[in-house]
Design a protein around this ligand. Sequence first.
Ligand code: FEO
Length: 394
Amino acid sequence: MIPVEISKNVYDVGVMDWNIRDFHGYSTHAGTTYNAFLVLDEKIALIDTVKAPFCDQLLDNISKIIDPKKIDMVISNHTEMDHSGSLPRVMHRIGEDKPLYCSKMGAKNLALHYPQKWNFHPVKSGQEVSLGAKTFTFLETRMVHWPDSMFTYLKEDKILFSSDGFGQHYAGFEKFDDLVSEDVMYQAKKYFANILMLYAPRILKLIEQVQSLGLEIEMICPDHGIIWRKNPGKIIDAYVKWSQPTTEKKAIVIYDTMWNSTKMMAEAIADGISSQGVAVVPIHIRSSHRSDIMTEVLDAKAIVVGSPTLNNQMFPTVADFLTYMKGLKPTDKIGGMFGSYGWSGESVKMVQAELEAMKFDVIDPGIKIQYIPNKDGLSASYDYGQKIGQAVTG
Ligand code: FEO
């Protein structure tokens, strides 16, 4: 990638990862980028690095602007290896004694990743570092989404370098919000749903904190995907919306099936939900990636989960999805459960227990049908869907 000057003497020197399709278990259909930023002034700073296999590209990009040895300091906003993986080679190239600014937790976590004795400068919220005419202000963003995470604000240019915050797994030469289609909002939503959903209360507080500090933000530069320059308020507003209980009249019916009986129930339940004016889609777990399903969970009011019973258990793929969803802590949801069974039929109660553990407002009783749903079974499934639809609209 040719470095892009995003503001006077501020460059994106990051790299594209066009081919990644699995980012530690998250499906990345659109690839991703690892953004890193070079800020030139009397002193020169590099903000973040890139995943280790892309280090040569990063150094090439920097070399197109300056000799990397001229970098005076590195800022590490976040320890996760997609951003710190190139630090060992970068620090070796620029000089191991150069200051490395990070949060206090960053210094601790970087030391747990890399054996080098770097010249750590742990910073706190509000602390400033001057490059000459340009000034950085740091803002700790603990648990958004790692204990070490922080933002770096470039005061004079009004740029917020937001690490993973406001990012999207999206690779493209069009690096700005005004150059891409609305599809990028889907990627931003997916990122939020799969990486940040569980930190929603902290995100709301963080946004309040940024607003109370009166930071003017003309550009948001995340470490993944496009840069928000035309309308940074759009992604901030979206984060505020996604961090709060959904108001959408939307439900999803997530299921797996062995001989199509649970599928038949899922579709009848979806019909019943739809009859109440609620947008609904049945999603077959084995046909969809869990990270795509979570994207739908984010703004769905009702989550209805169906599982056959297999060997006295819920179906393994359903257990997988429930485990994933539980970790991401969706809140204020209505829950429903259903499934077909042969002779023992434990799955529906097991799913219910999981939904209750997630504090969903469960529509009890769920519905279970032996072997194949007949006309009455499908009618009962439809009625259950109607009840769920009424709970959503009520
Ligand atoms: Fe993009 Fe949490 O690393």
